[in-house]
Design a protein around this ligand. Sequence first.
Ligand SMILES: *Cc1c(COP(=O)(O)O)cnc(C)c1O
Length: 304
Amino acid sequence: MPLQRLNWALATQRSVEIWVRRDDLIDTHLSGNKFYKLYYNLRAAKAAGYKQLLSFGGAYSNHIYALAAAAKAYGFQAVGVIRGERPKYLSPTLQDAEAWGMKLHFVSRTDYRERSSPELRQKLTDIYGDFFEIPEGGANAYGVQGTKALGVAIHRQVKSDYTSVCLASGTANTLAGVAAGLQRAGDLAQKVIGFSVLKDAGDRGFQSLGAQVINYQKAINESTSNWCLINGFHGGGYGKKLPTNMRQFMTGFECETELQLDPVYTAKMCWGVAQLLAKDYWQSGSRLVLIHTGGLQGRRGFDL
Ligand SMILES: *Cc1c(COP(=O)(O)O)cnc(C)c1O
């Protein structure tokens, strides 16, 4: 995917060069980091002879959206287990998913928390038949294998000629994969910075996001230390309406740079980068690569 120079006065003033890796441009629907996270999942499902995929998510989930698009494109049936009761009007995300053939199965928030229970699995099998299960967000070993390929691809574009790679982290599966890919390809000194979009790791039911990165890397027999997680730029927590200052920042950034963001992930990364630039976190002459992980469909859930 193209790497574009960002025209952003805040960075120019500090003589920091910013490049954006446009993974939001992969496809209209099957796009961003969810493309990489699904790739090996779909291959594994196909190799094992599955005809149906099943996964989990909320009403505006980028993962559910990408999964529905991928299932349609590659000839799978798909079931989306959605958090919360079926609303009177489906979100635009779920309307699209349903239109592409995904069956939507709504569960209460309490049941959703127990989504990996054998009971729910049995119930879903009774209703829908056999399926290949992908965890929420596509965050498993196949997901980290796919995002590792993204790390390798970025290395091919920039070699070691950068200071930091920045990305937005939810489960931190992408952070784990990209860091592994970059290091495998030969970048030892530079760091990947994951800007957490969660208020605390408990937002997604993890003990600690850092421990998650280590687990994800272990799952593909990798262990690298070229990454860090930065907290404090979550704007109130996962999927929450952005506070006014962040919303104004997002609008201003989009207007100035002509790059669209989404309020759940990429806006928080850019906000974090802006705060760090203002504090001279990076020396002048630094070169950053920001990964645009997509998610623009999620803008429809917000009054922007
Ligand atoms: C899912 C998502 C992320 C977070 O990816 P993780 O692997 O869960 O950390 C980041 N950006 C966008 C746009 C996403 O949809």
